[in-house]
Design a protein around this ligand. Structure first.
Ligand SMILES: C[S@@+](CC[C@H](N)C(=O)[O-])C[C@H]1O[C@@H](n2cnc3c(N)ncnc32)[C@H](O)[C@@H]1O
Length: 406
């Protein structure tokens, strides 16, 4: 079933013409068709055809996701699926670029105006060099990545991400693309009663989609979003102001920030880790430990590890590594994150994985504003397959608490 949510047209979001909207809706529907129409055919193709061919050639059954890839990549159905998936991804970004380019001078002006209206801080660093794992390729095929700047005070990649991320998720992060942040906030509200962080940091915040819910949950807290991309923090600062939420933004690297030891009581991230690298990830975890006050919490929401998933599911998920410019996607799922946290200094008894149920499902069930009847049934009828970020309708979070006595 196709999703029927619409994105909230906040003041910074590029406006689309009729033709642009129709291309965007087409790309969203094409993605849905690939996910819901073609993807389910892969398992029977594997069992009934590809696995048998593999066995004839190798004298044994395929054993792990690498064997399954060998078996599948020569199969016409899989080739068709993978090619259409890639085409739909490229078409999706392309459907947004024209709207961004057309309005760029106006968007830059609006960002300046909104930023000037808020008391929240914006820290830019003209000498900042983003890490190679962000700049070496266009992650998930997004033209320009997160950090490219082609003009003064550029916000183009940020506007592209804001609209594109909504289409990418086919609307399932909600009208403000903030489901991950809202879900983790709900998790905190339910599972950490009485926890009242004074300062909160969101690492890899991009345009602040998931950052804003923390200020809404903890209005007295000082909230910061940091990212290595200049345009995204610039746009994020203005977007927050336009939405009436006072959040500070800074261009900083989560591996080594400028904040002092113990500054934050809560540190969060949402799908940051899988876009870093094998060397960067332990550094980020160590930085979290340094930045937390005694008894403070860190919560990283990201892709569920490969453990406990069958080889076929792993193969499906790993397609992102192979065909969607996500070099660390598969490898990150094999990292022992509990060990990383313990090595960084978190007590083993206070490190665990948990699931934060998707806020959007709960809001839809309650008929909350912005989650219409039509979308309620679209969400409720939707099968959250293991191929998606939130299998079973929940975000996977790694949660760790710093020792009270350091
Ligand atoms: C998938 S996006 C995160 C989405 C965002 N958290 C949200 O909820 O909408 C990953 C972000 O992490 C940023 N990033 C990657 N490595 C980083 C690092 N070492 N420090 C800070 N940000 C980083 C990228 O620039 C990108 O904006």
């Amino acid at each position: 079933m196709l999703n029927t949510f619409q994105q909230e047209q906040h003041p910074l979001l590029p406006k689309s013409t009729h033709d642009e909207s129709s291309r965007q809706e087409f790309s969203k529907s094409l993605k849905a068709f690939v996910q819901q129409g073609l993807l389910p055919g892969l398992q029977p193709v594997f069992t009934q055809r590809a696995a048998k061919h593999f066995e004839q050639q190798h004298g044994r059954a395929p054993q792990d996701r690498r064997d399954i890839r060998k078996a599948m990549e020569v199969d016409l159905y899989f080739q068709h699926y993978a090619a259409l998936n890639r085409i739909s991804q490229e078409a999706m970004w392309n459907s947004v670029i024209d709207a961004v380019d057309r309005q760029l001078p106006e968007l830059i002006e609006k960002a300046r105006d909104w930023s000037a209206k808020t008391k929240a801080e914006l820290r830019m660093d003209p000498d900042f060099v983003p890490p190679k794992y962000v700049t070496a390729l266009d992650i998930h095929c997004m033209p320009g990545g997160y950090a490219s700047e082609v003009t003064k005070d550029d916000v183009s990649v940020a506007a592209l991400y804001d609209r594109g991320a909504y289409l990418y998720g086919m609307g399932f992060a909600g009208p403000l693309n903030d489901d991950m942040g809202r879900s983790v906030c709900n998790y905190i509200r339910r599972n950490l009663p009485g926890f009242k962080p004074r300062r909160i940091l969101d690492m890899g915040c991009t345009v602040g989609h998931s950052t804003l819910p923390y200020k809404q949950l903890f209005p007295d807290a000082e909230v910061w979003g940091i990212d290595v991309g200049g345009p995204v923090v610039r746009y994020g600062h203005a977007r927050a102001a336009a939405l009436g939420v006072e959040v500070n933004f800074a261009q900083m690297n989560a591996e080594k920030t400028d904040f002092e030891d113990g500054y934050f009581d809560l540190i969060v991230s949402h799908i940051l880790m899988h876009e870093t690298s094998g060397k960067a990830m332990p550094r980020v975890v160590r930085e979290c430990h340094r930045l937390l006050s005694p008894g403070g919490y860190v919560i990283h929401a990201d892709l569920p590890p490969f453990d406990n998933m069958n080889a076929f599911t792993q193969f499906i998920l790993d397609n992102e590594t192979w065909y969607n410019n996500e070099p660390f996607w598969g490898a990150m799922r094999e990292v022992d994150q509990i060990k990383l946290a313990v090595d960084a200094g978190f007590p083993a008894a206070d490190v665990a994985f948990a699931t934060a149920p998707m806020a959007i499902l709960e809001a839809a069930a309650e008929g909350a504003a912005g989650y219409t009847d039509a979308s309620t049934s679209a969400v409720a009828d939707r099968e959250f397959t293991a191929g998606e970020f939130a299998p079973g309708g929940g975000w996977e979070v790694l949660i760790a608490r710093k020792a009270v006595l350091a």
